[in-house]
Design a protein around this ligand. Structure first.
Ligand SMILES: CC(C)(COP(=O)(O)OP(=O)(O)OC[C@H]1O[C@@H](n2cnc3c(N)ncnc32)[C@H](O)[C@@H]1OP(=O)(O)O)[C@@H](O)C(=O)NCCC(=O)NCCS
Length: 147
């Protein structure tokens, strides 16, 4: 599987997939703003010209944070998420980044299992961080991986 840079032309499809995947998905404008930030970069994977997954991260010095990772529903559990993450590990390693963070909503069970399998460790929880229905909140679980 080949990965390529996520660019401004991908923003509409990236937003569509994000909104399919999360309770409050990000808009096309959100993606444009992230990609305009020089500290933020993205990688994508396509099949037949169609966006099937991407990862977006921010690097600050020796630390980086995954902002989001999305695999289209039809492509899940086929190794694409792991592949995008491996491509990120490789890039960060080349750039001397030593620590990677990710924040996952408490109720996203599949993502917790995914990141634990990828060698991330739970370091803290932020209560009532993500809103669900009105007056209902779930915590954010913070994971770290040393590269
Ligand atoms: C989480 C996500 C990125 C995983 O991508 P993926 O391509 O499906 O993951 P992989 O196929 O590489 O899975 C690797 C391993 O992670 C674990 N895993 C992944 N998704 C899982 C799920 N839904 N339930 C349980 N375990 C899961 C499994 O151990 C899996 O290995 P296996 O399929 O051999 O059992 C994908 O489900 C997704 O995009 N979800 C919606 C958005 C999201 O929650 N993103 C993460 C928060 S930023």
């Amino acid at each position: 599987m080949r990965t390529q840079k996520l660019t401004l032309t991908d923003c509409p499809d990236a937003a569509r997939l994000h909104q399919l995947s999360f309770y409050k998905g990000w808009s096309e404008k959100d993606f444009e703003e992230f990609l305009a930030d020089p500290l933020t970069q993205g990688l994508k994977s396509e099949e037949g010209g169609k966006l099937c997954g991407y990862i977006l991260w921010r690097e600050i010095g020796e630390e980086a944070e995954i902002l989001t990772l999305v695999v289209a529903p039809d492509f899940q559990r086929r190794g694409l998420g792991s592949h995008l993450l491996d491509a990120l590990f490789q890039r960060l390693g080349e750039q001397g980044v030593s620590t990677l963070f990710i924040e996952v909503a408490e109720d996203n069970e599949g993502a917790h299992l995914f990141y634990l399998k990828q060698g991330f460790n739970l370091i803290s929880k932020r209560p009532n961080y993500y809103q669900r229905e009105e007056n209902k909140y779930v915590s954010a679980w913070n994971y770290i991986k040393k590269l």
